[in-house]
Design a binder for this molecule. Structure first.
Ligand SMILES: C[S@@+](CC[C@H](N)C(=O)[O-])C[C@H]1O[C@@H](n2cnc3c(N)ncnc32)[C@H](O)[C@@H]1O
Length: 238
């Protein structure tokens, strides 16, 4: 998307999005690597990762190559790992700086990732995705149900979704007050959406120290993390 198309979109853009986009543009521009600063960055070995990342990586490897969607892809580390597993990956982010970095890092790793500078709320989802990641983006989105519904409609009957977002258990730390955030309740919109899917991982992490990004005073977060496989049509729920 070029700048004019982006500006045209602002008429339908959620009110909070310019602040989110500006915040991430600044963070990504200030650090060579904002996320994924460890040597495991592009490893596709589940054992190199936390339980959440291991769960979706193992599911993606088991499933075999297909189409993947990474919403709020940031600098593209997850998308690059999926591409290394043979997936055809669409990576979407509202930050232009993130998109430039994700494209550059994918090129450096010699993998193809289709990076799109678009808001998740309005991005067009065509065809069918086998794996969908929403790793850290849904707490920046007010209407999560509408995003989840659109994404599910563009997902295969046996797709795997991996979602990680802030929960309301910990108040939003002062460090994050610079940007609007909409954490979800434990047992709230996101967890309810996946009832009937097969749970591969579900974690309610509370008051965990945040180490994944630089430039902030020490603070804690609570997260909901969920990796779920949609049952093939006709399979009983449970
Ligand atoms: C916490 S970061 C996670 C980045 C990446 N998924 C990772 O785990 O390394 C959240 C990302 O979501 C993007 N984002 C937030 N709200 C968005 C929206 N409404 N549309 C598109 N991207 C959005 C931000 O620009 C940011 O790059």
């Amino acid at each position: 998307m070029d700048r004019e198309e982006w500006l045209a979109l602002t008429s339908v853009m959620p009110d909070y999005l310019p602040a989110v986009r500006g915040f991430f543009d600044r963070q990504y521009a200030a650090h060579d690597r904002y996320w994924w600063r460890g040597s495991n960055r592009y490893s596709t070995q589940p054992s190199d990762h936390t339980a959440f990342n291991a769960a979706w990586l193992a599911a993606a490897a088991r499933r075999g190559p297909g189409r993947a969607l990474d919403l709020g892809a940031g600098e593209g580390a997850d998308a690059i790992r999926l591409a290394r597993l043979g997936y055809q990956v669409d990576a979407i982010d509202a930050s232009a700086v993130a998109c430039e970095k994700a494209e550059r890092f994918a090129r450096a790793e010699r993998v193809d990732v289709t990076v799109r500078w678009e808001p998740i709320e309005t991005t067009s989802l065509t065809g069918t995705y086998d794996i969908v990641l929403m790793n850290g983006c849904l707490h920046y989105i007010r209407d999560k149900h509408s995003v989840l519904t659109r994404v599910a409609a563009a997902s295969a009957a046996d797709a795997v979704h991996a979602v990680a977002l802030f929960s309301t258990v910990t108040p939003v730390p002062t460090e994050h007050a610079a940007v609007p955030v909409f954490p979800d309740e434990e047992g709230g919109t996101v967890e309810r959406f996946y009832v009937g899917w097969r749970t591969l991982l579900r974690a309610r992490e509370r008051d965990r120290a945040e180490h994944s990004h630089p430039g902030f005073a020490p603070h804690v977060h609570s997260h909901i993390k969920l990796v779920a496989a949609r049952k093939p049509e006709g399979t009983p729920a449970g």
